[in-house]
Design a protein. Structure first.
Length: 377
């Protein structure tokens, strides 16, 4: 109706102007163009307002776009505009989410939820025939209890590895669980096949008590690959369910059962004393999986090591200490950078060393002081 009224106004104005022009009125000729221009501007503004209120909802299945629908901002979508996107052969539809990992708070009910801006929604389709997960899943970390031996999935024999394995529960397909004592300060992640490919860090837990666990950061800067740090001692059960064909549907839960069943290892570790076989290597985010180890050069008979590296802005890194080729578990990170001049070159990370700008950097590691100093050319 609004559009008809505007059109009637335009037609009426044009007829009136034409009648006056036929009578030879110069005044009418002078006012005709401004009147029409004003009307055109009002029409354009009305059209722009209508366009600005229209939003687009894009529907996805993993990386595939299923289609899209348009609606007025703040109004419920017409069911017919998205109903076909909820059908998939051989799968059951479980809902739309604003996050591709299907976090519960991001779930949307399109029969009542509305949107005020363009939005992407991800469909949770559960296959009617989920493939069996033949991988073995483990906890990998370090700490005061059994995780001390684990030492971030270090070289252990199969019998020792089994201590850290999430075993099939037998209650559901691809459901694995481990009950373990964890202590304040312990850190861990969940990994498949004693490998860091497809690791599961803090951000992948679908149920976790933030008064008992926290995000401790880690390699790569993503919450999904960040370490989980224990805030409260306890005996915990970790339960993982997987869909090998769509890891976004994996669930990972940790629940505290009781106080620890065994006391934490209280003895103080002997201070590390470097030997002639001690080496230091650096790894970082210049490769996605942090697998490229660069060995530092030792300065004579001292316990000081140095390396110069060309780095891009925001590159993260850390230093690992080895004894006769074996990883000691000692890692030097942001907390080991003590002097102000070195810290001025870094972006605050909370875990790894992260350089602020592109450039050539010289890193000096002093194992006597357990410190890292940095110079930039």
């Amino acid at each position: 109706m609004k559009r008809n009224r505007v059109l009637g106004f335009i037609v009426g104005a044009a007829l009136a102007a034409g009648a006056l022009a036929g009578c030879g009125s110069d005044k009418a000729k002078e006012t005709e163009a401004p009147a029409q221009a004003g009307t055109q501007q009002q029409t354009e503004e009305a059209t722009q307002g209508q366009a600005a209120d229209t939003i687009k909802i894009t529907f996805m299945y993993q990386e595939e776009e299923l289609g899209s629908a348009q609606a007025a901002a703040g109004e419920v979508l017409e069911e017919a505009s998205y109903q076909e996107f909820e059908q998939m052969e051989g799968a059951s539809f479980e809902g739309w989410y604003e996050t591709p990992s299907f976090l519960a708070p991001s779930k949307k009910d399109l029969t009542k939820d509305t949107f005020t801006e363009d939005t992407v929604l991800y469909g949770d389709f559960r296959s009617d025939n989920v493939a069996e997960d033949t991988r073995k899943w483990y906890i990998a970390g370090t700490g005061k209890g059994s995780l001390k031996e684990n030492n971030w999935a270090s070289a252990l024999d199969d019998a020792a590895k089994e201590t850290f394995e999430l075993k099939p529960t037998g209650e559901a397909l691809n459901e694995f669980a481990l009950t373990i004592d964890l202590y304040q300060g312990d850190q861990f992640q969940i990994i498949p096949d004693w490998s860091w490919t497809d690791q599961k860090g803090y951000g992948t837990f679908t149920e976790i008590d933030e008064t008992q666990m926290k995000n401790a950061g880690g390699l790569g800067g993503s919450a999904d690959t960040s370490n989980v740090e224990v805030l409260e001692d306890g005996n915990y059960t970790i339960t993982l369910t997987t869909n090998p064909e769509n890891k976004a549907q994996d669930t990972l839960i940790i629940v505290r059962n009781s106080d620890p069943l065994a006391a934490a290892q209280q003895e103080e570790a002997d201070a590390f004393v470097p030997s002639e076989d001690t080496t230091v290597s650096v790894k970082g985010s210049w490769v996605e999986d942090w697998s490229d180890l660069k060995e530092l050069t030792r300065e004579g008979d001292s316990n000081v090591y140095e390396i110069e590296i060309e780095l891009a802005a925001d590159t993260e890194l850390c230093f690992s200490v080895f004894e006769a080729g074996e990883d000691t578990g000692i890692v030097l990170k942001e907390e080991n950078v003590a002097d102000d001049d070195s810290n001025a070159l870094l972006a605050e990370n909370g875990s790894n060393i992260q350089v602020r700008e592109d450039g050539s950097y010289t890193f000096t590691v002093d194992l006597d002081a357990m410190s890292v100093s940095i110079l930039k050319k």
